[in-house]
Design a protein around this ligand. Sequence first.
Ligand SMILES: *Cc1c(COP(=O)(O)O)cnc(C)c1O
Length: 383
Amino acid sequence: MGRIYLSPPHMGEHERKLLVEAFDSNWIAPLGPHVDAFEQEVAARVGVSHAVALSSGTGALHLALQILGAGAGDEVLVSTLTFSASANPITYVGARPVFIDCDRATWNMDPALLAEELEVSARRGKLPKAVIVVDLFGQCADYDPIRAACVRYEVPILEDAAEALGASYKGRSAGSLGELGVFSFNGNKIITTSGGGMLVANRKDWIDRARFLATQARDPSPHYQHSQIGYNYRLSNLLAAVGRGQLRVLDQRVAERRASRDYYRKALDLPGIDFMPEATYGRSNGWLTCITVDACAFGATREDIRLHLESRDIESRPIWKPMHLQPVFSACRVRGGNVARDLFERGLCLPSGSSLTVEERDRVAAEVRSVRRRRASSHDHDA
Ligand SMILES: *Cc1c(COP(=O)(O)O)cnc(C)c1O
C-alpha cells in the first residue's frame, strides 16, 4: 500500500502528447503557440475576454495589484482564511493587508464584515485600493453582497480563484466575478502545469499591461529599451501545453473530486464530524474535502486524526492558518477573526486528489473512523 497524498497531480495521455509536440516544435521558451492557445482556451472556458499566462498565481496577483494602482501606503482588504500567497503580493507593492473574517456558511469573506470595514474606511477618508476575495477550497464567495458593498465605495474586486477553476456562482464561472481574476496551476491545484498561473479580465488594456510587465517591460524598439521596471513572469510554452491537456479534462476532474467528497460525507456521517458547507448559490469544484472536528462529540481531536492518518501513510492537512494569526502579519488590522480561528483549530483537509481510487478513499474513511473506536476502547480500558 503506497502513501496517499492530499492532492497529487493527475496527468493523462492528452498532456503527454501535447508536451512532446511542444518539445518537438522547439518552442522551448516563455512564449509560443501553446501559450497563446492556453490563454484563449482558459478565457473561453471562464467567460472573460482576455487572459495572460504567467509563471504563478502569486505573480498574477502581484501584477493585478499594480494594474489596480496599489502602492506604498495603500491598504488592500483580503480574506484572512486563505493561503499566504493571497496576501504576500500586497506587501510586494508596498501596501498593507487588512484582513476580513469569513462566515460559517461559506468559509469565505463575510460580506457584512466587508461592508462594515469599507464604511469605516470611507468615514476615515481612506478607502482600500482593492479587495482580494478568495474562493476557498474551490467554493466561490458570495459575490452579490460583496459586489454591492464594493460598488458603493467604488473599490475594485480582485478575485483569487487560484483554488476554484471550474467552480461557479449563480451560473457564472469562478475567475470572472471580479474586475480581475487569478488562477493557479501549481502542483496541488485541480489542474496543474507543475507551476503556473493566469490573470484574466474583460479589459484588454489591463491584460496587455500585465503581459508587458511580465515580459521585462520591454518598450517597442529593436534594441532593449526600458522606461519601467518589469518582471520575468511568463509561462513556458512546454508547461502551457500540459495546461491545455489538463483543461480538456477539467470537468472530469471536478466530477471526480466532488464524488470523493460525496463519498466522505456518507462514510463519515458521524457525531462530531461536519463538512465544509456547499452554498446553494453555486457549485464548488470540490478541490479539497474539508471537515471540522468537534472533539467532545467525536471523542478525538483534529490533531489526533491527522497524526493517526500520518502514521498510516495518509497525508491530510489542517485547513489554512488564518493570516491574522501569522507572525509575519501580526501588525496588520483584522475585522473579526474568530470564525477563521475556530475553523483552523478544528479543520482538516482529507485526501482529495482526482486520481484517488475507491480503495484508497475507503482506507482513509476507515482510518478516520478507527480513531474514534480506538479512543472509545481505550476509555473502556481505563474504566
Ligand atoms: C495556490 C494559491 C495561490 C498561489 O498560486 P501559486 O501558483 O502557487 O503562486 C494563491 N492563492 C490561493 C488561495 C492559493 O491556494
